[in-house]
Design a protein around this ligand. Structure first.
Ligand SMILES: C[S@@+](CC[C@H](N)C(=O)[O-])C[C@H]1O[C@@H](n2cnc3c(N)ncnc32)[C@H](O)[C@@H]1O
Length: 257
């Protein structure tokens, strides 16, 4: 009999994001934190045209989409697979009398199931605050990258963030984790080296922490050309509110090949 607990999968992550404390956390972020300086620096650099049709994946409760609307963008499609978060995003949109953002429920690994996304050719795509790394399984992350490339026009920019497994301050901890994997003693719910699944006051979080080589390989395999990557700290000095909400991360820019 196999008494191992099940691996984390997309359904686990979706349920975790629909949990009440997590919904509150991302709803507060949409209402009170808004766009980070680092996000705005890159989005304005690579998508300066306010008429651009932008696709935002993993939009949560609307923090980035609504922030972009306030910067003058009027043609945004934003989706998330967590229905509770989309409900919050829609109510923020109504509260602020926003037109020009469509929020919808969809799974980044299966965009063909959403006709509103499937038949559009977007000018740029965003997957902010490490959302793509919350897809369990490298093949599934690649599926999302392929899908996002498929629904973009040629040369469209793709901006996303990840944690950085090569961050010098974490190297010792990863070396220890590697020893656990070598002995088969890692958390049995994890799928791949670099995965973490933990609980805190905001709920359960699955996160894959990649190294740079992994992301470069995956971009090249899924219809993207790597343009640039840099850490958030190198891009901008964030407010304490943003730094409390999220630690440093790596920003990636690619363009559709
Ligand atoms: C860290 S949260 C960021 C939310 C929002 N972008 C923000 O910055 O406040 C990551 C988001 O990605 C979403 N997500 C993860 N996997 C997804 C998938 N396969 N399809 C759609 N959304 C997904 C989660 O539901 C969650 O809302």
């Amino acid at each position: 009999m196999n008494d191992q607990p099940p691996k984390v999968d997309g359904a686990t992550v979706c349920a975790d994001f629909n949990a009440i404390n997590t919904v509150l956390h991302y709803t507060r972020a949409a209402h009170f934190i808004g766009l980070w300086k680092s996000e705005w620096t890159l989005i304005e650099r690579y998508l300066p045209d306010r008429t651009a049709h932008i696709l935002e994946a993993g939009c949560g409760a609307g923090r980035v989409a609504v922030g972009l609307w306030h910067q003058g963008y009027r043609n945004i499609t934003a989706f998330d697979f967590a229905s509770e978060l989309i409900e919050q995003a829609d109510s923020l949109k109504q509260e602020q009398g926003i037109t020009g953002i469509t929020f919808l429920q969809a799974d980044a690994t299966r965009l063909g199931e959403s006709s509103l996304i499937d038949y559009t050719r977007f000018d740029g795509v965003l997957f902010m605050f490490n959302g793509m790394m919350q897809i369990p399984g490298r093949e599934n992350r690649r599926a999302a990258m392929r899908e996002l490339s498929r629904v973009c026009r040629p040369s469209a920019p793709f901006i996303f963030t990840t944690h950085d497994r090569e961050d010098p301050k974490d190297l010792k901890a990863w070396a220890k984790e590697a020893e656990l994997w070598a002995k088969g003693e890692q958390n049995p719910r994890l799928l791949e080296f670099g995965d973490r699944y933990f609980s805190d006051e905001t709920g359960n979080t699955f996160m894959h922490l990649p190294d740079r080589k992994e992301i470069q390989e995956d971009l090249a395999l899924t219809g993207w050309t790597h343009v640039h990557d840099t850490t958030r700290n190198e891009l901008a000095s964030e407010t304490p509110k943003v730094r409390n909400f999220s630690d440093n991360c790596r920003f990636w820019v690619a363009k559709k090949s």
